[in-house]
Ligand binder design. Structure first.
Ligand code: ADP
Ligand code: MG
Length: 737
């Protein structure tokens, strides 16, 4: 309620000051004392001990050091000491060394764009002196002794003292945040500051492999980071992150050039499918500067999640080089973040390179030679003259230590499983199909990952690659999803063209291709209620039938359902092992594979899927069998329109309650009470199903297509993509209007 007391506020001020708002005189603006300004600024640059270490180490690198050692006491709060063997600091620079904005690295603004040093703001040392006690000991080349001097609040506490010194500079930062009680208290309670410092130096050590780093706690004999100068980056990673990381890395490289020369290049190492970790480690350097980039991190994680079955997070080291003028390093006080020109394009290039590398890694897998031998001997013992005992030449039979790993790839089949099983023997009894031999031997290997080496699957994947239509690939990779035009077609824009894209066809193909790529590597979706196969198949048969209610036909359907159930039970082991379709001993379907993360298929289509497995798969031939099952899965997981009609159009009729009374009612009252006549539960199910599908199309299908789909040439002519307009023409029409 508004009363008029505000009008009389001034008059009443004396009587009831507590209830009225008193307009104040404008406060006077004052200049902050310089020491206050400096301390506030210092708090931004030096947020915690690790930020001080980073600044000091960067200074040492800028001073051309080849050895940097760090000693830390009490998480850095008591002492941070960084010693280097760099060029040192001149005696005459001491008075201004720790003043704000004094630097030897920049003289004018333009220098920012040609800068090759880490520092340039001249703030780090100054900041430290406002929040800690700083002592510098240094010697320059040709001097017989060094100097030591301490600083507080930007100025020297005394004249520099001559002292003995070894080459380079040592900076001691003591009692960090002694004058910032709140910050010191929060930091004292957190135990992980030393961990952060170790992490920082580990990252620095692998990039600057021409510098040796060490980091230890004060008083400790053993260093927690210890790297030696090594020309091989992989060696540096091994010495810092350990053998378990280094042995599971693959090299990646991308570069892109334009007319003016190379504009971007990246090289690094990424973990392969054998690497297991709960947290992503992305060690990222842009123009030799350690930075963070959450967009790139997310982009890489997406590729890993979509390509590898295990829920492992990757280890990634990347060094990106860009023209200096494309990188703005001046957007963050500690230069932790940088801003890049064309960031999205760069991320996409990296993403697709990582994806290609991961996929190709399927062709190059790590085998334990002993296991291979075990299979071989088992097979051999089945039948001594069986052709599987005809080892391909070059197969070793002598014992090999368990830890000896052999690399094999598709161009060199020796050592690969199918090499033992081919060529197909003449004397092998026909009923032992090559598939069952492959299956049983693969099972003995226990490690399902390696089964993806089956040549038939590789052939199917190669088939997908060779049918790919380059123009469509370009369109799919670069198109933007606009929205759904109807139940089946999405409107997409590519350059200045608009297309209608059939999402059912596209998703079916994508699911098929992903099934092949994830072959034997699936994560599983557990069904909450295992579903009996025979009932589901019967349901599907009845749905297919145009003339239901015919009893004799029903008998037949039941028999067909039984036969199909038997067949699938027989194939259960294979379906489970290769496709993660689990049928339990009582012939219930209980698990399905994850084909794309964040997507579960429409369970209303399970009956159709099972019928399709039973009817359409050619089980006897290995390649056709894998193709048939993958196609059935592809069709099942495709983003079909939900079975309930779309309530947002004419489909709404479907949800009206079909009872006489309601029919009469609506006839009498017209459409006024339409709402009352709708089956609200069914309607909300339908609305959910349609909304869910649209979400999946936009957020799962299109992003995944961009990454993985190799559109077959047939899609160019079968109506999957229809060009509807070009924007230039549309604009012309609008101009005329
Ligand atoms: P910036 O690095 O931005 O120039 P700093 O406050 O970090 O500012 O350092 C100020 C200056 O002190 C540097 O420009 C450099 O000349 C000198 N300096 C600091 N640390 C070292 C070191 N370890 N070795 C040689 N010179 C150093
Ligand atoms: Mg600096």
């Amino acid at each position: 309620m508004i009363d008029d007391s505000s009008l009389t506020a001034e008059m009443e001020e004396e009587e009831s000051p507590a209830t009225t708002i008193v307009p104040r005189e404008p406060p006077k603006i004052q200049r902050l004392e310089e020491s206050v300004v400096n301390r506030i600024a210092a708090g931004e640059v030096i947020q915690r001990p690790v930020s001080a270490v980073k600044e000091l180490v960067e200074n040492s690198l800028d001073a051309d050091s080849s050895s940097i050692s760090v000693v830390v006491k009490d998480g850095g709060l008591k002492l941070i000491q960084v010693s280097d063997d760099g060029h040192g600091i001149r005696r005459e620079d001491f008075p201004i060394l720790c003043e704000r904005h004094t630097t030897s690295k920049l003289t004018k603004f333009e220098d920012l764009f040609s800068l090759s040093s880490m520092g340039f703001r001249g703030e780090a040392l100054a900041s430290m002196t406002y929040v800690a006690h700083v002592t510098v000991t240094t010697i320059t080349k040709g001097q017989i002794h060094g100097y030591r001097v301490s600083y507080r609040d930007g100025v020297m506490e005394h004249e520099p003292k001559a002292c003995a010194a070894v080459k380079g500079t040592q900076i001691m930062v003591e009692n960090l945040f002694y004058n910032m009680i709140a910050r010191r208290k929060t930091l004292q309670n957190s135990a992980d500051d030393y961990g952060k410092i170790v992490d920082l130096l580990s990252r620095m050590a692998i990039h600057y492999n021409n510098v040796s780093f060490s980091c230890r706690k004060h008083g400790a004999v053993k260093a927690d980071v210890h790297s030696v100068v090594s020309p091989s980056r992989l060696d540096s990673i091994r010495s810092v992150y350990g053998v378990s990381v280094a042995k599971n890395l693959m090299k990646v490289e991308v570069s892109s050039c334009d007319s003016s020369g190379c504009t971007f290049d990246m090289e690094g190492f990424i973990s392969n499918s054998n690497y297991v970790a709960k947290k992503t480690i992305l060690v990222l350097f842009i123009n030799d500067r350690l930075v963070e980039c959450s967009a790139l991190k997310r982009a890489i994680e997406i590729v890993y999640a979509a390509t590898l079955p295990k829920a492992s997070k990757p280890f990634v080291y990347m060094s990106i080089n860009l023209p200096r003028e494309h990188v703005d390093i001046n957007i963050h006080p500690t230069k932790k973040e940088v801003s890049l020109l064309n960031q999205e394009i760069i991320i996409e290039m990296i993403q697709s390179e990582v994806e290609v590398k991961l996929r190709n890694a399927n062709d190059t897998r790590t085998f334990q030679e002993q296991k291979v031998e075990y299979i071989q001997s088992t097979l051999t013992s089945q039948k001594s003259d069986s052709p599987v005992s005809q080892k391909p030449s070059g197969q070793k039979t002598q014992k090999v230590p368990v830890n000896k790993m052999v690399r094999t790839d598709s161009s060199d089949p020796a050592g690969r499983l199918h090499a033992f099983l081919q060529p197909k023997p003449q004397s092998l009894p026909d009923k032992v199909s090559s598939l069952s031999v492959v299956r049983s031997s693969v099972r003995q290997r226990r490690n399902p990952k390696e089964t993806a080496d089956l040549s038939s699957v590789q052939e199917l994947i190669a088939g997908v690659d060779s049918c790919c239509h380059p123009g469509l690939l370009e369109t799919v990779r670069n198109c933007t999803y606009v929205g759904m035009a109807d139940d089946v077609f999405a409107l997409v824009q590519y350059n200045t063209h608009l297309y209608l894209a059939n999402v059912v066809n596209l998703s079916k193909e994508l699911m098929y291709q992903q099934t092949l790529r994830r072959f034997a590597h699936f994560n599983a979706i557990q069904l909450s209620d295992p579903a009996p196969l025979s009932e589901l198949i019967l349901l599907a048969l009845k749905e297919e039938d145009l003339d239901p209610g015919n009893d004799t036909k029903d008998d037949l359907k039941e028999r067909i359902a039984e036969m199909n159930t038997e067949l699938l039970k027989e194939k259960a082991e294979m379906l489970e092992e290769y496709f993660s379709v689990h049928i339990d001993s009582s012939a219930n379907l209980s698990r399905l594979p994850v084909i794309l993360d964040q997507y579960t298929p429409d369970m209303d289509r399970v009956p159709e899927f099972l019928l399709c497995l039973g009817n359409d798969v050619e089980w006897e031939d290995e390649k056709s069998c894998f193709q048939g099952v993958s196609a059935a899965i592809g069709n099942f997981y495709a983003m079909h329109p939900p079975l309930l009609p779309n309530p947002s159009g004419d489909g709404i009729q479907f949800y009206s309650k079909r009872g006489e009374s309601s029919q009469e009612k609506s006839d009498l009252e017209g459409n006024v009470d339409m709402e009352d006549n709708l089956d609200q539960d069914l309607l909300s199910d339908a609305e959910n199903a349609w909304a869910q599908r649209e979400w999946s199309i936009q957020h799962v299908l299109f992003p995944s297509m961009r990454l993985f789909l190799k559109p077959p040439a047939s899609m160019a002519s079968n109506g999957t993509f229809v060009k509807v307009a070009s924007l230039e023409k549309l604009y012309k029409i609008f101009e005329r209007c």
